[in-house]
Design a protein around this ligand. Structure first.
Ligand SMILES: Nc1ncnc2c1ncn2[C@@H]1O[C@H](COP(=O)(O)OP(=O)(O)OP(=O)(O)O)[C@@H](O)[C@H]1O
Ligand SMILES: [Mg+2]
Length: 261
């Protein structure tokens, strides 16, 4: 069954003014030029591309934190004009509320949404289990390691149960073991929900492991938009898996070489 379009990125343009005073004549930087992407409900899309190609810019536009120069992003047919409850965001670095415990941080969104005490408790339990932090529920952020804080940030974003999750390299600061655990848990949660996920990563393997579709961004537009035809749970040693990885690797390398030339 074809799912309906959830996110429709239409002719999107975004530039930044060059504010380097030493280089007055430097041109403004066009980051996104006529970007068009459609994402269906419950799709898991990973975005790859070399550093500086505009991945975080795209995510900030999707979150509604910044505005495009031209074009629009539609969610369920409605134009985004700012941040909204239907979109949850997970950044690489997550600012937690230092005066709240792990459990209170995770329960913050549901509380704001006026859920009952029992509902909040069960939501917190579910997502603390997801990130393996039940034992730390009464700890404060400054008593946690960086990776643990990051897991609280992820659990907090999930606890809002937003229809769309926007994730900007959420696992890149985690050690391998924790990252693999989080990837598996993320897929579990996603499969059980109707969440639509846009996930940015530097790791090509991570993208091929997670995504229904991988989008490679080039110089402001889409270099590749590839459906990953592999059953889950995916095996990183499967020759087909490695083929996808090599294909994306090649594309991004080409992009790097073009830039240097
Ligand atoms: N607020 C800003 N003002 C000026 N230039 C910016 C701003 N934010 C980003 N840029 C520039 O826009 C380009 C795209 O940045 P962006 O952060 O979207 O890249 P990215 O693909 O997320 O990179 P990375 O993989 O390193 O996170 C970069 O050249 C960056 O220097
Ligand atoms: Mg970025």
């Amino acid at each position: 069954m074809e799912m309906k379009v959830k996110i429709d990125i239409q002719n999107l343009y975004k530039h930044y003014d060059n504010d380097d005073k030493r280089a007055k004549d430097a041109p403004t930087k066009n980051v996104l030029t006529d970007l068009n992407i459609q994402i269906r409900a419950h799709e898991f899309v990973c975005v790859l591309g070399k550093s500086g190609c505009g991945k975080s810019t795209l995510l900030n536009l999707l979150a509604g934190y910044i505005k495009p120069d031209k074009g629009a992003i539609m969610v369920d047919g409605e134009k985004i004009t700012g941040a909204g409850k239907n979109r949850g965001v997970v950044f690489q670095e997550h600012a937690l509320f230092p005066w709240l415990t792990v459990e209170q941080n995770i329960g913050f969104g549901p509380k704001v949404c006026k859920k009952t005490k029992e509902q909040i408790k069960s939501i917190c339990q579910k997502y603390m289990a997801m990130v393996g932090l039940e034992k730390y529920k009464d700890y404060y952020p400054d008593q946690l390691s960086g990776g643990m804080k990051q897991r609280v940030g992820i659990a907090r974003a999930f606890a809002n149960e937003a229809a769309i999750l926007l994730m900007d390299e959420p696992f890149s600061a985690l050690d391998n073991f924790t990252r693999e655990m989080m990837q598996t848990e993320l897929l579990n949660i996603w499969e059980k929900s109707m969440t639509t996920i846009v996930f940015i990563t530097h790791s090509i393997e991570e993208a091929v492991f997670l995504a229904d579709r991988v989008i490679v961004l080039g110089q402001g537009n889409v270099l590749a938009d590839t459906k990953i035809n592999l059953e889950r749970k995916r095996d990183v040693y499967d020759p087909k898996f490695i083929e996808y990885v090599n294909e994306f690797n090649h594309l991004i390398e080409q992009q790097r070489n073009q830039e240097e030339a």
